[in-house]
Design a protein around this ligand. Structure first.
Ligand code: CP
Ligand code: NVA
Length: 309
């Protein structure tokens, strides 16, 4: 039997990211054509959410159902995890029932612990370090609109958080340049930048981290932002809103990007903070395409990990 495959970091699909994006396109076309395609009939996905979710939860659940399978949602409060059963034991038990586990965790260590003890694939549905499924869907969105990824400049402005980390790793995998504009105190993790540069060296792309948002966005094909206060950081809300204020994606900042640059946000957005209404609702915004594409990308990820397609 082939070893099970996890998706904890976007690096885990470094070799077949392009294939996953192609598969997502194929699955989207089938869905749009009204075709029934149920290769995961009889298969089950367990979903553990330690934090809130709209897109990740619904897209995984609908994705499993469209592929003929089923998803079981587990919130730690309603399971024995919330009463102290270990992650390791939970992983072993769930592996006896389900074909894959999607986990949204506070701590990356817990994600790794679950994956180490599960005999079925574990998919990172966001933790404090990465949000790989989001970036797979986002790269698919850019590819769909621009018909290419190689050589494009993607700028990320704001907090060097989980979404930023996965983008710094994911963009160079597909040969896109990534330029991050963030305060010096909130840069993406150093190992992420180092790893991103390693990947970039092999795909003729660049990873750049700067403090000036205008410099990050200069000539960009894509301008991406995310919340300034990620889940679990609510106590730092006031100071963060002050720190990131110069990094707001607004029409003045967009003037530094290419005229037709795409505007991206993983959502949920805090309008008037990291992004203004006119920009997120403007003609260059693809944020709701990104949200829809979570479904198609999720289905590609599930197929690849569960059935090896
Ligand atoms: N972008 C994203 O992961 O959204 P949810 O938190 O709603 O799942
Ligand atoms: N960085 C955000 C992403 C939400 C989808 C968070 O972790 O809350």
């Amino acid at each position: 039997m082939a070893a099970k495959r996890d998706l904890l970091s976007i690096i885990d699909v470094e070799r077949d990211l392009v294939g996953i994006l192609e598969l997502a396109g194929n699955l989207k076309n089938r869905t749009r054509a009204g075709e029934t395609f149920e290769p995961l009939r009889g298969r089950t996905l367990a979903m553990i959410f330690e934090k809130a979710s709209t897109r990740t939860r619904v897209s995984f659940e609908v994705g499993m159902s469209q592929l003929g399978g089923h998803a079981v949602n587990l919130s730690p409060q309603d399971t024995q995890l919330g009463r102290g059963e270990t992650i390791a034991d939970t992983a072993k038990v769930l592996s006896r029932y389900v074909d894959a586990i999607m986990y949204r965790a506070y701590r990356h260590e817990d994600m790794v612990e679950l994956a180490r003890n599960a005999t079925v694939p574990v998919i990172n549905g966001l933790d404090n370090i990465e949000h790989p499924c989001q970036i797979i869907s986002d790269l698919f969105t850019v590819l769909e609109v621009r018909k290419k990824l190689k050589g494009l400049k993607i700028a990320y402005v704001g907090d060097g958080n989980n979404v930023c980390n996965s983008l710094v790793l994911g963009a160079p995998i597909v040969g896109a340049h990534i330029s991050v504009g963030c305060p010096p105190s909130s840069r993406p993790d150093p190992w992420v930048v180092e790893e991103g540069k390693r990947i970039a060296a092999g795909t003729d792309s660049h990873v750049q981290i700067v403090s000036d948002p205008k410099e990050a966005v200069a000539g960009a094909d894509v301008v991406y932002t995310d919340v300034w206060v990620s889940m679990g950081m609510e106590k730092e809300k006031l100071e963060r809103e002050k720190l990131f204020r110069p990094y707001q994606v607004n029409s003045a900042l967009m003037k530094h990007a290419k005229e037709d640059a795409l505007v991206m946000h993983c959502l949920p957005a805090h309008r008037g903070l990291e992004i203004t209404d006119d920009v997120i609702d403007g003609p260059q915004s693809v944020v709701f395409d990104q949200a829809e594409n979570r479904l198609h990308a999720q289905k590609a990820i599930l197929l690849r990990l569960i059935s090896g397609t």
